[in-house]
Write a protein that binds this ligand. Structure first.
Ligand SMILES: Cc1cc2nc3c(=O)[nH]c(=O)nc-3n(C[C@H](O)[C@H](O)[C@H](O)COP(=O)(O)OP(=O)(O)OC[C@H]3O[C@@H](n4cnc5c(N)ncnc54)[C@H](O)[C@@H]3O)c2cc1C
Length: 284
C-alpha cells in the first residue's frame, strides 16, 4: 500500500503570492523524512488537525491498508480533521517537503493553520513510503499525443509537479486560474508547454477559456483539478457529444474536485462516499 504516518515539523513558511502560503516541513522524529517518498506529479497526501480543545490529532494507531475505514469508524466529534494536500516539492537531500496552501476568504482548519503556523510547530501526516503509490492520478495512457492541464490555485501544486515530470518536448496546453494577477508563478518544465493564466472574475473561467481555444490535433490526455463545480463543467465540455463539446474519450480524462464552494472537505467526502455507496448498491 506504501502509506504511513509521519510527524511533520514546520521548518519555515513563505508567502509565495497573495493567495498561496508555502509551508516547508522536515521530519520531527529521528530519521526525519528519509522514508517519505513522493512520486511527484499530483502526489496527494493527508494532513490531520486536532479538533478545537485537543492538543494532538486523534488518528488511527496504524496506517495500513484499511486506515481510511478505521479513521471513518472513529467518533467524528473526536477524530482528527483530515485534509488532502499535494506535495509541491520534496528535496530528499535536505529532508524537506514543500506544501503550497491556497489561502482564501473562508479558511477552514487547514488554510487557517497554514497562515498561522510557526517554525517548530508539528502536525501529523499520512504520506507515501513508496514512490509508486495510489496517491498519484496523473497517468497518461500509451499513445498520448498531447496533454491538457487545467486547475485553480488548489491544483497549482499538482499542475507544477506534472509539468516538471512530463517528458521533454511533449506538447502541453495548460490553463491555470488564480485569484490575483500576482498569483502567477514561474513554472519549470521541459515539455513544449503553452501556459495560459486566468485571473478569477476578470475574464473567462477555466471552462470558457478551454472551450474557446484551438486545441492541438492528435490523441489527448486531460487532467483537471479544482473547484468541484468548475471541474464538472469542464469535464462535460471535454467528454460531451454536443456540437460545441470536444468528444474526448472518457478514459483519457482524469478529473478531481479538490474543494467545493460552500462545503468543507468533510462534506465533500461524505457526498462522494454516499455517491459511491449508492452506485455500489445499484450494481449489487
Ligand atoms: C487530491 C487533492 C489535492 C489537494 N491539494 C491541495 C494543495 O496542494 N493545496 C491546496 O491549497 N489545496 C489542495 N486541495 C484542496 C484542499 O484539500 C481543500 O481546499 C480543503 O477544503 C482546504 O481545507 P480547509 O480546512 O482550509 O477548508 P474547509 O474546512 O474544507 O472549507 C472551509 C470553506 O473554505 C472553502 N474553500 C476550501 N478550499 C478553498 C479554496 N481553495 N478556495 C476558496 N475557498 C475554499 C470551502 O468551500 C468552505 O466554504 C487538494 C484537494 C484534493 C482532493
Amino acid at each position: 500500500m506504501g502509506y504511513r504516518f509521519f510527524e511533520f515539523e514546520v521548518a519555515r513558511t513563505r508567502r509565495v503570492s497573495p493567495s498561496v502560503q508555502r509551508v516547508t516541513f522536515r521530519g520531527a522524529a529521528p530519521g526525519g523524512l528519509a522514508e517519505f517518498a513522493s512520486g511527484g506529479r499530483d502526489q496527494r497526501f493527508k494532513l490531520f488537525f486536532p479538533q478545537p480543545g485537543q492538543d494532538l490529532a486523534n488518528v488511527p494507531v496504524e496506517a495500513g491498508e484499511n486506515w481510511y475505514a478505521r479513521w471513518r469508524a472513529m467518533d467524528p466529534s473526536v477524530r482528527a480533521l483530515m485534509r488532502t494536500y499535494t506535495v509541491r516539492e520534496q528535496r530528499r537531500e535536505l529532508g524537506e517537503v514543500d506544501v503550497d496552501f491556497a489561502v482564501h476568504l473562508s479558511p477552514g482548519p487547514a488554510a487557517a493553520w497554514a497562515l498561522h503556523c510557526l517554525a517548530g510547530d508539528r502536525i501529523t501526516a499520512l504520506g507515501p513510503s513508496e514512490a509508486d503509490n495510489a496517491g498519484i492520478d496523473f497517468r497518461p495512457p500509451p499513445e498520448t499525443d498531447w496533454i491538457l492541464l487545467a486547475g485553480d490555485e488548489s491544483a497549482l501544486p499538482a499542475v507544477a509537479g506534472i509539468l516538471e515530470w512530463i517528458s521533454p518536448a511533449t506538447p502541453v496546453r495548460a490553463w491555470i486560474e488564480v485569484a490575483h494577477c500576482d498569483g502567477v508563478q514561474a513554472l519549470h518544465t521541459w515539455a513544449d508547454a503553452e501556459i495560459t493564466w486566468l485571473v478569477r472574475g476578470r475574464g473567462p473561467s477555466l471552462t470558457h477559456a478551454v472551450s474557446g481555444a484551438r486545441l492541438p490535433d492528435g490523441t489527448p490526455y486531460a487532467w483537471i483539478g479544482g473547484e468541484a463545480g468548475e471541474v464538472r463543467r469542464l469535464r462535460r465540455h471535454l467528454v460531451g457529444a454536443a456540437p460545441d463539446a470536444r468528444a474526448f474519450d472518457r478514459k483519457r480524462v482524469t478529473f478531481t474536485g479538490y474543494w467545493r464552494r460552500g462545503a468543507t472537505e468533510e462534506e465533500l467526502l461524505a457526498e462522494l462516499y454516499a455517491g459511491s455507496a449508492a452506485a455500489q448498491s445499484a450494481r449489487a
